[in-house]
Design a protein around this ligand. Structure first.
Ligand SMILES: NC(=O)c1ccc[n+]([C@@H]2O[C@H](COP(=O)([O-])OP(=O)(O)OC[C@H]3O[C@@H](n4cnc5c(N)ncnc54)[C@H](OP(=O)(O)O)[C@@H]3O)[C@@H](O)[C@H]2O)c1
Length: 383
């Protein structure tokens, strides 16, 4: 029987790669739902290709534009509540959570609440609400399958031993476009500079996160939530080639790594087909072209986001929601030209410093912390 899946964030970088994977695996998957934000033309094209029963457009302003392009038998749901409904519906057993940012939180929670398998690309959901999502998944039987390449690598490497035998997680980082830049150069980096990632082709938000290394900071928090490990056992290693996607060290000193080309179709496929593996469409590693694998220590002075990531992971509670929302708002300000690249992380730290952490927040409290942080960034920008 084909696995019935819904892809939330289908028009994005992960969403389109997921469609590639599903089409290459042909009979094993049936896409029953697609959901996206605003890109109605792309969404309609995808609907033509995979013929889902349901399509969701989150932006109501584009509902009337997409409706005439859909097949009569395709149901159209509109707004963020449509995404939540699609995520929780019984007609799918697997949800690919690939919306960017906290906008993907409520649909991810709905999928977990419904006890589904969740291919998790939307790391922000775990950063904001890992303390709630992970226990909820245990209760409902939902399975969180990482799509983030590092977490997929850790997940795969962990299968070489028992969780209690893991002593360290090496989270690899490409170092982003500014790995070799001085702090002075980085302070004035343009949007174009920040979007020029050396190894991965991704959506704009995560690409800017890679430039500040906020991406790695978010991933530290994600790893803590997904693998229930002590924050001090997570070590960031800069590996500019992006061939080793992360590593796990076991108590006997053995280090198990997962390697591959920087192609997100590999971790996406692994999440979809786990625990099986099959031939897919991702590019293959050719060792005749890999001359060297390099490793460097991360520079916490030039990339203070890393230090903040560890601090927030240790603090827990509502700190992740504030950290994430401040980052999303600061990135938007940078994209709009209102702040320099060098100001992004400083703004986040300022807002974090003003936040009174709620140690055991529920979903409403997390959403409130998210709203508060966005307002605080806006206030800082005005002043
Ligand atoms: N790209 C990668 O290689 C990669 C790797 C690891 C992890 N991730 C994670 O995967 C997630 C997606 O990243 P991406 O690079 O694929 O981003 P992306 O290319 O920018 O795509 C984002 C997707 O989210 C949708 N979206 C944005 N805002 C929305 C909203 N308010 N409501 C509903 N949908 C909304 C977009 O729809 P429209 O475009 O139609 O508005 C689009 O489908 C992120 O959490 C990222 O950190 C990505």
């Amino acid at each position: 029987m084909a696995k019935r899946i819904a892809i939330l964030g289908s028009t994005g970088s992960i969403g389109t790669s997921t469609i590639d994977v599903v089409r290459s695996l042909k009979k094993e998957f049936k896409v029953v739902g697609l959901g996206a934000g605003r890109r109605w033309k792309e969404l309609a094209e995808q609907a033509k290709l995979v013929r889902p029963a349901t399509v969701v457009i989150a932006d109501p302003a584009n509902a009337d534009k997409i409706r005439p392009l859909l097949n009569n038998s395709t149901e159209l749901l509109v707004g963020p509540e449509g995404l939540v409904e699609l995520a929780g519906r019984k007609d799918s057993s697997f949800i690919v959570a690939a919306i960017v940012g906290a906008a993907g939180l409520e649909s991810t929670v709905a999928a977990v609440r419904a006890g589904k398998q969740v291919g998790l690309a939307n790391k922000e959901a775990l950063v904001v609400a890992g303390s709630m999502i992970v226990p909820l998944s245990r209760k409902t039987g939902a399975q969180l399958l990482p799509i983030d390449s590092e977490h997929s690598a850790i997940f795969q490497s962990m299968q070489a031993g028992r969780t209690s035998e893991v002593c360290k997680i090496y989270l690899t980082a490409s170092g982003g476009p500014f790995r070799t830049w001085t702090a002075k150069q980085m302070a004035k980096a343009t949007l174009e500079d920040a979007l020029r990632h050396p190894t991965w082709s991704m959506g704009p938000k995560i690409t800017i996160d890679s430039a500040t290394m906020m991406n790695k900071a978010l991933e530290i928090i994600e790893a803590k939530g997904l693998f229930d490990v002590d924050v001090d056992s997570i070590e960031v290693v800069v590996h500019p080639e992006s061939i080793i996607h992360s590593m796990v060290e076991f108590c006997d000193g053995s280090v198990i790594a997962q390697l591959g080309t920087p192609d997100m179709r590999t971790p996406i496929q692994y999440a979809l087909t786990h625990p099986q593996r099959c031939v897919g469409c991702a590019s293959r590693l050719d060792f005749s072209t890999v001359r060297r694998l390099n490793f460097e220590e991360p520079d916490f002075d030039r990339f203070p986001a890393l230090r903040l990531g560890y601090e927030v992971a240790r603090t827990g509670g509502s700190a992740g929601a504030v950290f994430n929302a401040a980052n999303e708002t600061a990135i938007k300000a940078f994209q709009a030209g209102s702040i320099t690249f060098g100001r992004i992380v400083g703004l986040i730290e300022e807002v974090l410093g003003r936040h009174k952490v709620d140690p055991k927040p529920d979903l409403d409290a997390l959403l409130e912390a998210d709203r508060w942080a966005r307002q605080e960034v806006a206030k800082c920008l005005k002043s």
